[in-house]
Ligand binder design. Structure first.
Ligand code: HSE
Length: 300
């Protein structure tokens, strides 16, 4: 028996919700093909689309490691599995690349074993994969990759994940400037102490964003998407970040910010044509400063 599973890219933080908010997009994403073998243990027979950057060693790959944690938890470490990973999205892009692979792998094993519990049970294992990928087991990529749509991590201990609604007709324009920003490093530069004044601004914005999602108020969503804590530091790692924001806003974006830990940036728009226009304008700008890019347009 063999299964093939796709899991989507995700935009974590959603500007003001560092480590607590994320949403899934339609594309890009990753695909895992998993089959049961006769020999106990996990092998990874093939990885495509990674330019040789990901380990085939099952002890070092986030997909096999998280699947192994899952198997241990249900007492099935005896099973033999072979994994093929087909990366269909850039690595280190800030689009939840490791999450997409991990979630596809966990969903594949859940399906192969006929485990019919709610997918939310896979979340702690997916977080183990994140911990391995960047040194911290945050859930704001893996939870939306697993559940789809918009997700809030209300609490990590204990884990409390809330699915949020979102207005129909909200589009997302994504641009990945081809520069390297490892999440591990992008986490290390964040300030660990913040001012009360900034905290007040930030939680006002998070509450405004979540209210806007419930009220289907795209303008409230837009004006709430400001980050005074993380973006001022991380924006330095992204070429022409503030210029790109200006271009996006001038061309009709509702909001603009860093996707996850960057370097990808994203904008919300009220229609697909505006999202497409923004990706084109940003790509043109990046080409002008000799930086290659990939772009994506998605509903949420
Ligand atoms: N919340 C995480 C971070 C997401 O910003 O570091 C990483 O994609």
């Amino acid at each position: 028996t063999e299964v093939k599973v796709f899991a989507p890219a995700t935009v974590a933080n959603v500007v003001c919700g560092f480590d607590v908010l994320g949403f899934a997009v339609n594309e890009p994403g990753d695909e895992v093909v998993m089959r049961v073998t006769g020999t106990p243990g996990i092998t990874i027979s093939k990885i495509t689309g990674d330019d040789g950057r990901l380990p085939l060693d099952p002890a070092k790959n986030t997909v096999s490691v998280s699947v192994q944690h899952y198997l241990n938890s249900i007492g099935r470490a005896d099973i033999g599995l072979d994994i093929e990973l087909h990366k269909k999205m850039p690595i280190g892009s800030g689009l939840g690349s490791s999450s997409a692979s991990t979630v596809a792998g966990l969903y594949a094993i859940k399906t192969l074993l006929g485990d019919d519990r709610d997918v939310i049970n896979l979340l702690p294992f997916a977080m183990k994969g994140e911990e391995m990928a960047c040194g911290h087991g945050h859930a704001d990529n893996v939870a939306p990759a697993l559940l789809g749509g918009f997700v809030l991590i209300r609490s990590y201990e204990p884990l409390d994940v809330v699915r949020l609604p979102h207005p129909a007709g909200l589009y997302c324009a994504i641009v990945f400037p081809d520069v390297d920003v490892p999440t591990r490093e992008a986490r290390q530069i964040i300030r660990t102490k913040i001012l009360m004044r900034d905290a007040v601004t930030q939680w006002g914005n998070i509450a405004g964003l979540v209210s806007g999602l419930f009220m289907q108020d795209i303008d409230l969503i837009g004006r709430s998407m400001q980050d005074v804590l993380v973006e001022p530091v991380r924006s330095m790692l992204i070429p022409d970040f503030y210029k790109m924001r200006e271009i996006a806003m001038e061309n009709g974006a509702v909001s603009f910010g860093i996707s996850g830990s960057g370097p990808s940036v994203f904008a919300f728009t009220k229609d697909e044509a505006t999202a497409t226009l923004i990706t084109q304008k940003l790509q043109q700008h990046l080409t002008g400063i000799k930086i290659g890019s990939n772009t994506y347009v998605s509903t949420i």
